[in-house]
Ligand binder design. Sequence first.
Ligand SMILES: Cc1cc2nc3c(=O)[nH]c(=O)nc-3n(C[C@H](O)[C@H](O)[C@H](O)COP(=O)(O)OP(=O)(O)OC[C@H]3O[C@@H](n4cnc5c(N)ncnc54)[C@H](O)[C@@H]3O)c2cc1C
Length: 419
Amino acid sequence: MSRSRGGPDRPDVIVVGAGLAGLACAADLVGEGLDVQVLEASDAVGGRMHSDRVGGCVIDRGFQVFNTAYPQVRRRLNLRELRLRPFTPGVLVHTDRGRLRLADPTRARRACHGPSSPGPRDLAALALLAGRDALPPAGRIKHRRDRSTRAALAAAGFSEQFVERFFRPFLSGVFLEEDLETSSRVFHLVWRSMLRGTLCLPTAGIGAVPAQLAAGLPGSTIRLECPVEGLTDDGVLLGGGGEATAPIVVVATGPGPAADLLPGLTPSPYRAVTTYYHLCERPPLGEPTLLTDSGRRFLNTCVLSEVVPSYAPKGHGLVATSVLGDDTPGRERAVRSALAAAYEADTADTADWELLTVRTVPEALPVMLPGHALSRTSRVGHGRYVCGDHRTTGSVQGALASGTRAAREILADLHDGRV
Ligand SMILES: Cc1cc2nc3c(=O)[nH]c(=O)nc-3n(C[C@H](O)[C@H](O)[C@H](O)COP(=O)(O)OP(=O)(O)OC[C@H]3O[C@@H](n4cnc5c(N)ncnc54)[C@H](O)[C@@H]3O)c2cc1C
């Protein structure tokens, strides 16, 4: 039975933005019989999760991985249809004393090996951390004491040397910050999901994830290239003139546009990341493994075509390498020479690589310091709601959960006659 209440020519709900949060919110409202219109500024759904093709390669909007353990992912997505290809469970760390391999202690008999392997104290702490984070329900982790990730790792018994050599370079790529200042609750939740799930990529690119969510909505729900410029008393102002009306508006944009559209909203600080995509004749590493750098000259690098061969034309390797912040003059050259060392190749080899494209995402992940609220209400005014990873945590799980919460609060308010 339809619960539609917007009227013959107008939807019940306008959702501004077709990123993961907006798509999840729309899906839950449509599932309850509401008439929903999603207005998206760009020419595609997905927001930060987007893939396009450059020079015969699949290029994601910055290097990202897909984690199968997220509860929202399990609830909403058909994983089989995504044709997922896994990364090796574990990472390689380039150190000045050679390459260290760290495997997931819950899946590999030898958790670490290489010339600078950690001692028994760090190995024991690694196993203990795996048990403490992977086994209890997520709800229990959410109520643990919050502090910086650095303080939590010290309390977990890791030596400073191991933290510097492994955790700091690895987690810089996860949280886009180098000081291990991120909330320990967020760290433990992410660590838990890494231990419990598989890191992988969809064969068609990371954009296949939002594309699948969008395909589950009725055909006319999403309007692309339809930027919203402002909110009115009974709907939204459209870019290029015109209005769209609805009793309920959900702002599901990134944090910057959300603060512009909802003047009372405090803008959330975000972190930027740049990914360089290089095409090479011979892949410099013959396995689908993430490589980090203890010298922190880059965040992480990966031969994407070893994870998904169709990311690059046959006979070529596609290498994605990320750095914090923006693409500045000379940076790509410095990255190339750091990659020669990390991949144990000749500098001449990486000098021959073709720079295919660069992706900078200025608002990539929210800053999540200790005390960061893991979930905040979507209600911002009468008939006005907000969702997006800036209301939860910077992740696929966070964005989807935020959209879910917005839909739940809207349905509750409708039920109680508050909108
Ligand atoms: C490089 C990178 C790597 C990442 N890696 C991972 C990872 O490995 N694992 C993980 O879990 N998460 C990762 N993330 C985070 C994850 O991608 C985001 O948390 C999530 O995609 C955010 O979704 P969202 O819906 O909140 O926002 P967005 O994706 O930003 O969606 C907002 C949408 O609103 C639209 N919009 C904006 N303004 C307007 C307007 N005025 N009118 C209409 N539409 C508008 C935008 O075009 C966009 O489509 C990564 C992010 C980046 C950038």
